[in-house]
Design a protein around this ligand. Sequence first.
Ligand SMILES: *Cc1c(COP(=O)(O)O)cnc(C)c1O
Length: 348
Amino acid sequence: MTQPIDLRSDTVTLPGAAMRRAMAEAEVGDDQYGEDPSVNRLQDEVAALLGTEAALFLPTGTMANQVALRTLTRPGDDVLVPHDSHLVLHETGAGAANAGVQFSPIGSGGRYSADDVRAAVKPRDHIVLPPTTLLVAENTHNRAGGIVLDQPEVEATLEVAREQGLRAYLDGARLLNAAVASERPAAELARGFDLVSLSLSKGLGAPAGSLLAGSREHIGHAHRYRRMAGGAMRQAGVLAAAGSYALAHHVDRLLDDHANARLLATELLRGDDVELDLETVQTNIVIFGLVDRRGVPDAATFVDRCRERGVLLNQFGPRTVRAVTHLDVDDEGCRTAARVMRAVADGR
Ligand SMILES: *Cc1c(COP(=O)(O)O)cnc(C)c1O
């Protein structure tokens, strides 16, 4: 059988020959002594890219999120998050277990306004209310379909956060998708947040690794919480070198993934079995619904049948499916996948 077309996630990419060469040739040392030159270089590169004083390499984006929560909150704090955020839905309850915070979702569709923030902030020193101490944004927003946040709106919400004495965290696992899609420098999207994460193992195509970027002081504390989480590595330069390679070679090409997602969405909409808001297809994620009508399968059946025909997808709800484009699938692959998906949606 030919290779399946894997659209489950942009995490499924495999390191290519040149990236593997960079990993094999990486200069390494013990990173817990700060002696891994490849890790140090990557941290400097990401701090420069995001316009911060410092950055810290971590094994995963989930750990980056968890370490950020530990760094910026105290147990019992209230954290404002967008609806359907990774922090709440995709981390097996880690925020409650590790940082001991509670989450208050605000806004809709991955966005919220300055008024939403103002209305949701609970005062400090109140005898019953939990103190709101942190505002979180997710850019791009995964479950909202990879949408790019409106930057003036983000800035307005950060203004309220400052006014109210909240800290701000940007879950930027796919921040570079947002940067290339909006033609804004990543540092502009990161400005005003206390900590910002960035994932190397999503669309950038590295096998592992995320970074947290922020002030020297916050990164100093994050360093300790990374160790606490068991995420302090040793000769991690073999991974960091893959990350530096990805930053040098795989950023501009994210635009190809975005064009392919658009292509996939447009092809899917040629049938009438799929519901999809093209407005949400701004980067590399396509979330679509299967019309609730006789003959149109539910999402679980749809995903199974597509798999039998060599197209891998993720179920996101009873009638909702997610497809993600990435560097290991080209436009021809997306056309083929769309053909299979339309046939399956149509009960053929
Ligand atoms: C994937 C993702 C993460 C976590 O990354 P892992 O490396 O899979 O732990 C965090 N936030 C968002 C928005 C993501 O999409």
